[in-house]
Design a protein around this ligand. Structure first.
Ligand code: ATR
Length: 476
């Protein structure tokens, strides 16, 4: 069930929030601790016509709420709230058992959610934690911990996947690394998922209703949904989740794509934790494209020669690695004409340059790598069998002419700088930028009136993503 959190703080505001929430949510959680007043008559009037499930919560400060008065006072207000007979009442795991029993006996129609919040970590032994908070009466459980890493998130996923077979349970991981649980809860068997009404910037990392529906297609998710993700650090700026979830939706595939922040150091434990979780593939971004290869059972020969993978495919628990960046870049460039026999100038000598140069050579181009640090260009060129120089060579390269110019440096990503002197941008050429955010880079803007054709970074991005989908889709 998807619960939207209603926080007021006024009844007027709450009405607006309810209206928005009812478009998507099948439950409303009223967080009375955020309201300016708790007036029972007003509450009755507010919930009178609501025909989705209603959850009432008066969260105390020590469990992350805003209610800051004595516990006795809080329990007495909860008793008042119960008189309006919400469908569910959320009570912290440490409320006295006799209070729980009185709620059960006096309000048999109200279901109890026992909640536990941990704002610092995800305890190692979640099973032991569950035993600690377990109650002798029938209740729902909500366990919200803080994910310090994606490994904590995977642990919570395992726990929920197993525990939902025994009890009604909801697992939440707070914090940036925990955010995917907000989307995947339904796949793992959460009783509730909690969404915010609007986009919010809090440590909870709740996902708002619109994003859940429009991007992740929450309504279509179920226990058979296959999971995919981007691995990298950072991942917050990536638009991969927009592209891939849209692709799944358009192709009527029961799959979802999230973003997992994973560091190089975490990779071995991360792969160990994956075990029987239904992740069928990953996209890989910085800084893992090289390091992740150690975790794989099989690396495609082109990817091996490039020395980097950006696509992982899991088949019967065997992990395969591919590189779709390289063919995607050249497919995008070759939209404007074959590179066979053409002179291709690549600016930069990092991972992207290596992949693009490798593929351009494979397709019969003659490749010149030019880089700020000459040594790196020379080393890269030598390993691939092409020419490498410092940027000072650009004047001569331009004088002799070239056909395709590809920028793989980050110059222009967040400045209006060009990666080369203006005068070296030549007419009758194809100019391409591997940067896709922003779409219009200084290089492309400046080249617009000079070059014959432009190739935008997003064209390359979309092609590498489509190639990933093709690989994920191939059955063993
Ligand atoms: P990627 O994997 O995206 O290719 P990378 O391996 O970090 O990223 O490589 C970045 C490339 O951009 C390098 O060639 C780098 O030049 P240096 O080898 O001299 O470091 C280049 N680059 C980054 N910032 C640059 C700048 N301000 N001016 C020129 N080149 C730059």
């Amino acid at each position: 069930m998807l619960a939207c959190v209603i926080k007021g703080p006024t009844f007027e505001k709450a009405k607006e929030q309810i209206e928005k929430a009812l478009k998507y949510a099948d439950a409303l959680e009223f967080r009375w601790d955020y309201f300016e007043e708790i007036a029972i008559d007003k509450i009755k009037a507010l919930i009178k016509d609501i025909d989705v499930a209603v959850i009432f919560t008066l969260r105390k400060k020590s469990q992350g709420g805003a209610f800051d008065q004595e516990e006795e006072k809080r329990l007495s207000i909860i008793e008042d709230l119960l008189q309006t007979e919400p469908d569910y009442i959320d009570l912290e795991f440490d409320v006295p058992t006799r209070f729980l029993e009185s709620v059960r006996d006096n309000y048999p129609k109200v279901q109890i959610i026992i909640s536990y919040h941990n704002f610092t970590e995800t305890p190692q032994d979640l099973e032991a934690l569950f035993k600690e908070i377990q109650k002798p009466i029938l209740v729902h459980y909500k366990i919200a911990t803080t994910a310090q890493s994606s490994i904590d998130l995977l642990r919570m996923m395992h726990f929920i996947k197993k525990k939902q077979k025994e009890v009604l349970i909801t697992g939440i991981t707070m914090g940036e690394c925990g955010e995917p649980m907000r989307v995947l809860g339904k796949v793992l068997g959460n009783a509730f998922d909690y969404a915010s009404c609007e986009k919010e910037d809090t440590q909870l990392h709740q996902v708002d209703l619109k994003t859940l529906h429009n991007i992740y297609h929450y309504l279509h998710l179920n226990k058979d949904t296959r999971m995919y993700a981007l691995l990298g650090d950072p991942v917050d700026k990536s638009k991969g989740h927009i592209f891939h979830n849209d692709y799944f939706q358009r192709h009527k595939m029961n799959a979802v794509y999230v973003k997992l922040k994973v560091t190089k150091e975490e990779l071995p434990s991360f792969f160990k934790e994956l075990t029987d979780l239904a992740f069928d593939g990953f996209s890989v971004t910085m800084p893992l494209k090289e390091t992740v290869m150690k975790e794989l059972d099989h690396v495609d020969s082109d990817a091996g020669r490039i020395g980097a993978v950006n696509t992982l495919v899991r088949r019967e628990d065997i992990w395969f690695g591919f590189n779709t960046d390289a063919p995607a870049a050249l497919d995008a460039a070759e939209e404007k004409g074959s590179v066979r026999g053409k002179k291709v100038v690549i600016l930069g000598a990092g991972g992207a340059a290596r992949a693009i140069a490798y593929e351009a050579l494979k397709r019969g181009a003659s490749v010149f790598i030019l880089n700020r640090t000459e040594e790196k260009a020379k080393l890269l060129a030598e390993s691939l069998g092409c020419q490498g120089y410092g940027m000072d060579k650009m004047s001569q390269v331009a004088k002799e002419g070239y056909d395709v110019l590809i920028n793989t440096t980050s110059v222009g990503m967040d400045s209006d700088e060009l990666p080369l002197e203006k005068e070296y941008i030549l007419p009758n050429t194809v100019v391409m930028d591997a940067i896709y955010n922003p779409m219009n880079t200084p290089l492309l803007i400046y080249s617009k009136d000079i070059a014959k054709d432009l190739v935008f970074g997003f064209e390359m991005f979309e092609r590498q993503a489509v190639l990933q989908q093709t690989l994920w889709d191939q059955r063993p």
